[in-house]
Design a protein around this ligand. Structure first.
Ligand SMILES: [Zn+2]
Length: 294
């Protein structure tokens, strides 16, 4: 063991001792996994609330059409009664953002976003439920919490090296919110790993199925993204939610086994008539305005 290893070990132990009073080991109701809880539900909600306005602004702000917002909200909220444990009681919000970048993301505490760029590429309501269900899965599996905790630990380590640990260095909102939003809109904490993606797909399909949606909508989303990646710009969704090939295989396997007899609906007609058709009537976001005299 090198000196560096020893130093890391010492710091890790010191951090564990410092963190110990706020750490509790519980079973995650959605994943069934034992996990350390460093963030309380109140911490998660405060973090999400703090990070949401800046993140929304980076993606063009909220789409001003209330009927489109109501549609997205209805689809998202239809799955909320079917999620596990106390996650159902989070102040869930589902918001359509104006950006034409193809992405969707969720903040801790239950704030879920989908861009107009992604929503307008979908074919039916089960696909919209697929995107929102997947994001709900990231929240209930507490994937962002893990990143925040490790960033916090890193910040704690930096503080330790400086031989000063102040009480306010445990302020999750102060440390966590900028990490979530990222510098220059990178939002690197909202980029997930393979296992997290597979888990969010699995949970999303579970919530879709329970809410009466065809779980095949999740596969439909992956096909839409594959099609979009043939275009000039890669869908940003695939960089924040990577490993599409592995995900497609896992989703197909679930459709052939667990959801073989699913009677869920796609709701294609109402999606086309009440949702997609409204996009066509709206002005294209960011369309250039001729500046006469310039
Ligand atoms: Zn994801």
């Amino acid at each position: 063991m090198t000196r560096t290893h020893l130093r890391v070990l010492f710091l890790s132990l010191a951090l564990l001792l410092i963190a110990e009073p706020m750490v509790g080991c519980t079973t995650n109701a959605a994943t069934g996994r034992r996990q350390f809880n460093t963030l309380t539900r109140a911490d998660e909600i405060a973090l999400g609330t703090s990070a949401a306005p800046e993140l929304a602004a980076q993606y063009g702000g909220e789409t001003p059409d209330e009927s489109l917002q109501a549609y997205v909200r209805r689809v998202g909220m239809s799955m909320v009664p079917h999620i596990e444990g106390d996650y159902e009681e989070l102040p869930w919000e589902f918001t359509l953002l104006e950006s034409d970048v193809i992405n969707a993301f969720a903040l801790p505490g239950g704030k879920v976003f989908i861009t107009r760029g992604l929503a307008s590429k979908l074919d039916d309501e089960s696909q919209l439920a697929g995107v929102l269900g997947h994001e709900i899965g990231h929240v209930t599996a507490e994937h962002a919490d893990k990143r925040i905790t490790s960033q916090y630990a890193a910040a704690g380590a930096a503080v330790l090296v400086g031989l000063a640990v102040k009480d306010d260095d445990r302020d999750w909102v102060r440390i966590g919110a900028p990490i979530l939003v990222g510098v220059g809109g990178q939002g690197f904490l909202l980029k997930y790993g393979r296992d997290e993606e597979l888990e969010a797909d699995k949970l999303g399909m579970r919530y879709m199925d329970r809410a009466g949606y065809a779980p095949s909508g999740q596969l439909g989303v992956m096909k839409v993204l594959a099609e979009a990646s043939k275009g000039p710009r890669q869908p940003e969704f695939l960089s924040t939610h990577p490993h599409p090939q592995t995900r497609i295989k896992a989703i197909e396997k679930k459709l052939q086994n667990k959801y073989k007899n699913s009677t869920g609906e796609q709701y294609k007609n109402r999606f086309q008539n009440d949702f997609l058709s409204r996009f066509a009537m709206m002005e294209t976001p960011g369309s250039p305005i001729a500046l006469i005299g310039h």
